[in-house]
Structure formats: C-alpha cells, structure tokens
Design a protein around this ligand. Sequence first.
Ligand code: HPA
Length: 258
Amino acid sequence: MKSIINYIKKKYPERPAIGVVLGSGLDAFCQKLDSQVNISYNDIPNFRKASVKGHKGEFALGKLHNQNIVCANGRFHYYEGYQYEDVAIIIDILKGLGCELIIMTNASGCVVKEWKVGDLMLINGHLDYSFIKSNNKPSIISDGWYDSDLLSKVTEIASEININLRRGIYTWTTGPSYETAAEIKEIKQLGGHAVGMSGLPEIERIHNLNMKMIGLCCLTNYASGISGVELTHSEVVEKAQNSQEAFIRILDAIIKKY
Ligand code: HPA
C-alpha cells in the first residue's frame, strides 16, 4: 500500500483533500480538473488492473476551485472476485494521499416508479442486500453513518443550481447479474430507493476510517420489474453518460462550496 501511495505522491506531490470515486459512465468529470496528472492503474507497480467496461482505470489528480482533487476513475467490485475487505482498496489509497472527504458516486437502478431515470440521489442510508455477512433480512443503516449537516448542505447546493436531487436508501447487491423482479419487490418493501453493485464495501471503509462522505447515485434505469424493460450494462453506461451534465454540475458546486 505504501509503495502505491508513494508512487502517486511522486507524480502529484500536493495533498488532495477531496477524493471522488467515479462510477460507470461518469468519468467526464475528470476533464474539469486543471493541471491534471493521470496515472493509469496499469502503470502503478503492484496495483490491480481495472477490468469493468465503462471504467477507465486511472487516478486523475488536479485542481478545481483552487483545491487539489483526486478522482478514482474506476473501482473494484466484489463480483470481480475480490475478498470483501479488498474491494475498498481505493479508499485506503485516497486516505493515504490525505483526503478528508470522499464523494462516492455510482450508477444505480431506480426502485421508485415515481422518480425519473437520469435523476440523481443523495444517499442517506443503506441496505446490505448482499447476504455476505448475514442471512437475516437486512435493515436500514443510517444513524452515525450519514452526516446530517453534509446532507443538508448538499441538498441546499442542489436547489441553488436547480437540480432536483432525490434522497434515499442505497441498496447494495453483489451482482454481476441484475436483480430479479422479486428481489426488487423485496428491496422496495425493506425501504430501498436505489440499487447497485458497488459502493457498500467502500462506504463501510470510509466510515471505519472516520472520513467524511457524500454518496451520489446516478439513477440510470428502472430496477428490474419496475418498468418491464430489460437491463443491459451498455444501456446503463449510456444513460449514465446522458445524465453527466447534472452530475458534473453538482460535483463542481459541492467542491466549490466545501
Ligand atoms: N441494479 C444493480 N446495479 C445497477 C443497476 C441495477 O438496476 N443499474 C446500474 N447499476
């Protein structure tokens, strides 16, 4: 881990206070950074290769609104075969680089019929629907995990820039296949609003490392059984790309005000 962090620090010596983990199809945000340094995961000695389509697999470091930012453009998923504890290595790296705040983003399925595909959702609680740690029915975790001041601040920022930011419970499923309609029905009953295959191991690591976190989901499709349309990964990436404009605006505004 130390050698990975030192390798990045050598290429970009300034300390980034904010780390952004970018989900599938959400990489255009990196282009906003000035004096940008890009480090491919493939070029970092002893590091992993990113293998999921729609993920470039690089760190992009640079400045935005006079702050040093690091974007992880590409993350690792449990379904790629990593141990639960190893999925969140990106967070350990961002912490090692000096980040205090992590903005977690991902592409998610929308469980709420009344919301629109392309909406953004701020995470204010989560459900672990992976059944890795327990076979019990999952219940919503929120107390002590999602900072209410940060949630209010982000909601305020969104309304200032006219973004209809939803708020809700993110549900983690292991993937790689999309959920069945029956699973989505249950997730809805349990209180979930969005469902995705990344994030929870990372959210947990951020929590355990006492870092600040903002979680944003880009709702790229209706979850299985909500609209009757079949899901594909290429469609998810395409829809994520379509809602990048709002996504970039909100990230930009959060970083400006932080
Ligand atoms: N389910 C799980 N993960 C996802 C989805 C979904 O519907 N959309 C994007 N990532």
